[in-house]
Write a protein that binds this ligand. Structure first.
Ligand SMILES: *Cc1c(COP(=O)(O)O)cnc(C)c1O
Length: 416
């Protein structure tokens, strides 16, 4: 339907914003609008040019790895212009970009990114975890800030090529992985603010160790009421650069008060939204003895995390009996609903608060043991291993699927 509508608008390419949208938007891994601009090229993996580095770097030893500080030998770039569409993809030695100081990314934050990981599984294969969700989300972010969209499947093919070339950088050790950072920036040289007429898509990779090398360490959160991360109608649901710089100062303030991260609250009700740059889950014990796993709904203020979706999906399958997560009660209810600080505080006082945790690609699951809120600390139970009954069961299944110990179609093979 979208296609025939677009076809009935032959002039679509003349309307800047419309043509950007019409280039093909990927949602849930499927293209729901295909390109109406046959004169413009989409990303073409078969045109990939590879220039290998003449000086491969020494791969650093694992214990010196600090999260996100070390980069592999190569990077992937794909340029875009409004007149020609997506250009020749290249894999080149990792190194500085050359950008004109008037490039719009540098003053108006025309920038978005993704975060995903390549794992070396127990069989020595290299895999990605549900990468089609990252491609879909990246296109939604691009559309939101009027940067060009692209064929997610084609781009993923190029990312796989980059991973294959730098696969020696993927640590073999348990809990290690290769963090993959796709970025899209507006590169038009102008002071004006409009959809850019040129852009650059690129990918860099960083070998990373386990987020919690010495076992889970629960974090203390500062219930932030002075600042908000996102608002209704805003951009919180998109992984765009502009959302992140404003969170650094509140994080610094939370740290000064002795907390690790912000618990972002919203509105006079102090709705819980996210934790730092992670999604948030709370577990309540209900009167009938069941456990309720709750996360805020995707109402435009919540970033639709791949890990969030995976946790919900596993917990729902467990609750329906379709899947057994060992050690977890089957008396489980899974809800996407709003939660206020009042709900959390009352549950804690009544002994009905079971656990709270953040989810995201970097840490997978991050347990919370305390919330500083309105001058007092709300204490959240954690068990001896630093986790709780739901997070432990879900984490075990997730990591099993990521490492290939538990076969699943969420794991996409890059290197056999
Ligand atoms: C990236 C991100 C997440 C987590 O998303 P994943 O796909 O699970 O890594 C959650 N919240 C924010 C604000 C994020 O930027």
């Amino acid at each position: 339907m979208a296609l025939s509508l677009a076809r009935s608008l032959p002039l679509a390419r003349n309307f800047g914003a419309v043509s950007l949208v019409a280039r093909g938007v990927w949602v849930g891994g499927r293209r729901w609008m295909s390109s109406t601009q046959s004169s413009l090229s989409d990303i073409e993996p078969s045109e990939l040019q590879i220039r290998e580095t003449p000086q491969p770097k020494k791969i650093p030893s694992l214990d010196t790895l600090k999260f996100g500080h070390t980069f592999t030998d190569h990077m992937l770039t794909v340029p875009w212009t409004q007149s020609a569409g997506w250009g020749t993809p290249e894999i080149i030695p990792y190194g500085p970009l050359s950008l004109d100081p008037s490039s719009t990314v540098l003053h108006y934050a025309q920038c978005l990114f993704e975060g995903m990981k390549a794992y070396r599984d127990v069989n020595g294969r290299v895999t990605l975890f549900r990468p089609e969700l990252n491609m879909a989300r990246m296109n939604r972010s691009a559309q939101r800030i009027a940067l060009p969209t692209f064929n997610g499947e084609a781009f993923l093919e190029l990312i796989k090529q980059l991973i294959r070339l730098d696969k020696e950088w993927i640590p073999q050790e348990k809990g290690h992985s290769l963090y993959i950072r796709p970025v899209l920036i507006g590169t038009q040289n102008t002071i004006g603010i409009s959809p850019p007429d040129s852009a650059l898509l690129y990918v860099i990779c960083s070998p990373v160790g386990p987020y919690y090398p010495d076992g889970f360490k629960p974090v203390a959160l500062h219930g932030t009421t002075e600042f908000v991360r996102a608002t209704p109608g805003g951009t919180g649901a998109y992984k765009i650069g502009a959302n992140y710089a404003p969170g650094v100062y509140p994080q610094k303030q939370a740290a000064q008060l002795g907390y690790v991260q912000n618990l972002w609250l919203y509105g006079p009700e102090h709705y819980l939204t996210e934790v730092g740059t992670m999604n948030l889950f709370v577990v309540f014990k209900r009167d009938d003895g069941s456990l309720e796993l709750v996360t805020p709904p995707l109402d435009g203020m919540i970033l639709p995390g791949v890990t969030r979706d995976s946790v919900l999906s596993l917990a729902r399958s467990h609750a329906s009996g379709e899947l057994r997560l060992p050690g977890l009660t089957s008396n489980l209810v899974v809800s996407e609903r709003s939660v206020t600080m009042k709900d959390v505080r009352e549950a804690a006082q009544a002994g009905r608060l079971v656990e709270m945790f953040g989810t995201g690609t970097a840490a997978i699951i991050s347990p919370v043991d305390k919330i500083g809120y309105e001058g007092q600390d709300v204490t959240i139970p954690v068990e001896a291993d630093g986790m709780g009954p739901v997070s432990r069961a879900v984490w075990t299944e997730l990591v099993g699927r990521q490492t290939g110990a538990i076969p699943s179609d969420w794991s996409v093979v890059v290197v056999e």
